[in-house]
Design a protein around this ligand. Structure first.
Ligand code: SF4
Length: 340
């Protein structure tokens, strides 16, 4: 890991000129850094920007987040995906209220104990908001380091990750840990790009990066073979009556926990209410470990009564009250047209 020792100075000089302008960087309070980092997990920066601004407008403090009703929180998160992130944010906000009297904890160990905060996020908050010299190691950073050091071991292996983290702990400048971590993030996001496409000519490390000098960078990092995703054929019923659509709530645990949905099950799923049924279209949604291949039907319901716990939602309620996961976006137009 000798190459890492050469990195801080050129990287920080590069960062001074090339740092991305991001809203959470202009006022990096622990709350802002935390919310942004949680939103950025598995989600692109461009997609996060609007959500971030709106979220802070509605929930400007830890106390507001701790008190927010669950449905409202899910609605704020609608479209960002991975909803357990929002639930963990709220759990952690409540932890902060109860254990730290509403004051964001300032020790790495306390931050790491917050719900939904792993090593990476704890490192990011500690270094950026509190100036604590700990690394923030995510996939971007692992990619940069594996290329810099021409390391052909799988970076997802826990032992390799630990080694890289330990090397970064020795490398991180004590007086500028936040800038160093953010510079690594930016280098990974804008220059040392994934999928065989590093822009080495723009990189501050090109003179000593072994992956570049040996022309191996495009094949790094080595990743383990991907697991096949399970495919589920599902049937979805868009049940309509008097300008409203039927929704039911998903179970409190598991995939898309607690969100609302059009009734759907693994095929074959007989129509759950009486009415005229017509084919509406198909849609596909990819989760990390499974794919839903959906066939949707519109049902003109004959009766007002719905199975226990289901609700009728009109246009306004759909917009403001019920959070539906992105999986059902392919059918949003059908619903919108039919309940206008
Ligand atoms: Fe990545 Fe190329 Fe920079 Fe090496 S020189 S860190 S491969 S962008």
């Amino acid at each position: 890991m000798e190459q890492l020792k050469k990195l801080p100075l050129p990287l920080l000089l590069w960062f001074r000129e090339n740092a991305r302008t991001l809203p959470w960087r202009s006022d990096p309070t622990p709350y802002h850094v935390w919310v942004s980092e949680i939103m950025l997990q598995q989600t692109r920066v461009a997609a996060v920007l609007d959500y971030y601004a709106h979220f802070l407008e509605i929930l400007p403090t830890v106390a507001d987040l701790a008190q927010c009703p669950e449905d409202r929180l899910m609605k704020l998160w609608q479209g960002l995906g991975y909803y357990s992130r929002a639930r963990n944010l709220q759990k952690a906000a409540r932890q902060i209220m109860e254990e730290f009297e509403g004051e964001f904890p300032s020790r790495y160990e306390d931050i790491r104990r917050l719900s939904g905060v792993g090593d990476y996020t704890a490192g990011a908050i500690s270094s950026i908001a509190f100036g604590i010299p700990v690394p923030a190691v995510d996939g971007n950073v692992l990619r940069v380091v594996s290329r810099l050091t021409d390391d052909h071991r799988p970076v997802t292996a826990p032992a390799v990750k630990r080694e890289i983290r330990a090397a970064l702990e020795k490398t991180i400048p004590q007086d500028m840990p936040g800038d160093f971590n953010q510079a690594m993030m930016d280098l990974g996001a804008t220059v040392c790009l994934p999928n065989g496409a590093p822009l080495c000519e723009k990189c501050p490390a090109r003179q000593f990066c072994l992956g570049h000098l040996r022309d191996t960078a495009r094949n790094l990092p080595v990743k383990p073979p991907k697991k096949e995703r399970k495919i589920e054929e599902r049937e979805v019923y868009i049940i309509l009556r008097k300008g409203r659509v039927a929704l039911r709530r998903r179970p409190a645990r598991g995939l898309l926990a607690g969100l609302w949905e059009y009734p759907n099950e693994l095929a074959p799923y007989p129509c759950p209410v009486a009415g005229r049924v017509s084919f509406a279209g198909t849609g596909k949604h990819i989760f990390s470990h499974k794919e839903w291949h959906m066939t949707a039907y519109v049902v003109e319901a004959e009766e007002e009564e719905l199975p226990c716990g289901w609700v009728w939602a009109d246009k306004a309620a759909l917009r403001t009250q019920y959070a539906l996961p992105g999986a059902f976006v392919p059918f949003a137009v059908i619903v919108k047209e039919r309940i206008e």
